[in-house]
Design a protein around this ligand. Structure first.
Ligand code: NAD
Length: 467
């Protein structure tokens, strides 16, 4: 197993200078180079499939099937999508929505220029996909890149370093491992773009550091994601899908359903169906199940436990915790007060509060009060008008209707936040577009000089009249 070695802080500046210089050679620009690197990355992941399962199991107790879905197949499908489309996406794009004279004379195009050196800082819950998928974009855009995986998942981060070092051109791509000191050093340096995934709190630190160099950022942050279960919802399916959203990765998902607002007529059936779903998913209980993960570190374990301890709600199922294994049981809590601790911040764990609310309008008001711009929103409703009303009234980075999480688990659909949950997107075509500078180019033929001479001074009244 690759071992985690923090990168010496005093070596970081020279690594970035080296990558900047390599970018300056233009060798990363040709599509043939980019495709070769992407192909190598694809096989680097495939050759390390078992090592990925082992690393994620050791770091976060991730079941093999979950690692397969979200840390293996996911980045692979991003690579395949980008490789299949790169030639089309990278081609000069004629700018056609211009007057016919401009089209005829200037033939303006949008070129997609590589940006430079990209910094990618990853989070702990999906350490592989949250670094590799942006790296795919950086490579596709013809850039150099530095990857800083999460220090909370040391075995996965060591493996990411090994894969990148083994298969990619080290002139252009480097992994820097370590904690806050390492990230702080990186953020002092100038990059051409930063992709940061993690908490909103650290996102503000990243954005402030980037602003000093006027560096553009993609910020993939967190939030308190609401779930609306309206009177018209298929309540059994809703409960099944929401329960899965809390079991997967032990609820440590930025897109996880954070709280449920449910119509009173569905409460009883929802609770029964939620409990049944858990019994089916984890028949011998969560603690004994090989299909259920653990909380990534003590700090997060204690944070979630405190939210639970401070809640004045009623535990409807689950509730047990074990500090020694950082285990928290999937837990459903009925809360009656919108200032409950469980509604005060992103839970990022397997606990979900449920509040009974009679009218869609009241649900909307409550959701807006609890967090105006979450990363995701989930609407369980069979009524299109109701769906539209919620969509129009409550903002969010993305939305799944009658499901959770899935809008962001498709290689072809761009993903990102809004407001407090971040800005900028990747995945789908955005995995290319977000990593290039779209540079308009207008070519002026010499023969138009006669017509254009009107622009030169002196600005005589005759010229004004002719214009
Ligand atoms: P985190 O913010 O603690 O850490 C993420 C990265 O930031 C790590 O690489 C870490 O080294 C670095 N970091 C931590 N503190 C820092 C500091 N003071 N200065 C500079 N860098 C620092 O996040 P986490 O605990 O790994 O992940 C959980 C959070 O990430 C949740 O809020 C979750 O919603 C969010 N998240 C968002 C997405 C998304 O795509 N929007 C995906 C996954 C996780």
């Amino acid at each position: 197993m690759a071992s985690f070695t923090p990168t010496p802080v005093d070596s970081i500046a020279s690594t970035v200078t080296r990558l900047d210089a390599a970018f300056g050679t233009l060798k990363s620009h040709p599509l043939s180079f980019r495709l070769e690197q992407l192909g190598r990355l694809y096989w680097g992941l495939r050759d390390n499939e078992q090592a990925l399962y082992d690393a994620l199991a050791a770091d976060i107790g991730k079941p093999v099937f979950e690692t397969f879905m979200t840390e293996f197949a996911w980045p692979l499908s991003d690579i395949v999508n980008v490789m299949e489309n790169l030639k089309t996406w990278a081609a000069d794009e004629p700018i056609t929505d211009v007057p016919w004279t401009t089209k005829l004379v200037n033939r303006p195009v949008m070129r997609k220029d590589p940006m430079g050196t990209i910094l990618i800082i990853g989070a702990s819950n999906f350490p592989v996909q949250l670094t590799i998928s942006p790296l795919v974009g950086a490579i596709a855009g013809g850039n150099a890149a530095v990857v800083k995986p999460s220090e909370l998942t040391p075995r996965s981060s060591a493996l990411i370093a090994k894969i990148v070092e083994d298969v990619l051109d080290s002139e252009f791509y480097a992994v820097v491992n370590g904690g806050v000191d390492v990230t702080t050093k990186l953020l002092e340096l100038k990059f051409d773009k930063i992709v940061y995934t993690g908490s909103t709190y650290v996102g503000k630190i990243v954005a402030t550091a980037a602003a000093k160099h006027l560096t553009p950022c993609i910020l993939e942050l967190g939030g308190l994601n609401p779930v609306f279960v309206t009177k018209s919802a298929d309540v059994k399916t809703a409960a099944k899908r929401i329960a899965w959203g809390k079991v997967h990765n032990a609820g440590q998902i930025c897109l996880g359903p954070d709280y449920v607002l449910i119509h009173p007529s569905l409460e009883r059936e929802f609770v029964e169906s939620f409990k049944n779903a858990l019994k089916i998913y984890l028949p011998n209980g969560a603690q004994a199940s090989p299909d259920y993960g653990k909380i990534v570190n003590d700090r997060n374990f204690n944070r979630i436990k405190k939210l639970l301890d401070n809640s004045s709600g009623t535990v409807l199922c689950g509730g047990s915790v074990d500090e020694s294994t950082r285990f928290i049981e999937p837990t459903l809590v009925k809360v009656t007060n919108s200032s409950d601790s469980l509604l005060s911040e992103e839970i990022f764990g397997p606990v979900i509060p449920m509040m009974v609310v009679g009218k869609v309008d009241e649900m909307v008001l409550l959701a807006k009060r609890l967090g105006d711009t979450p990363l995701a929103m989930y609407i369980f409703s069979a009524d299109k008008l109701e769906q539209e009303k919620i969509l129009k009234s409550v903002r969010s980075g993305g939305v799944s209707i009658n499901d959770v999480i899935l809008h962001a688990s498709n290689s072809y659909i761009p993903f990102g936040g809004v407001g407090e949950s971040g800005h900028g997107k990747y995945r789908g075509r955005d995995t290319f577009d977000s990593f290039v500078h779209r540079r308009p180019i207008l070519s002026q033929p010499l023969w138009v000089e006669g017509q254009l001479s009107i622009r030169y001074p002196p600005y005589t009244p005759k010229k004004l009249a002719a214009y």
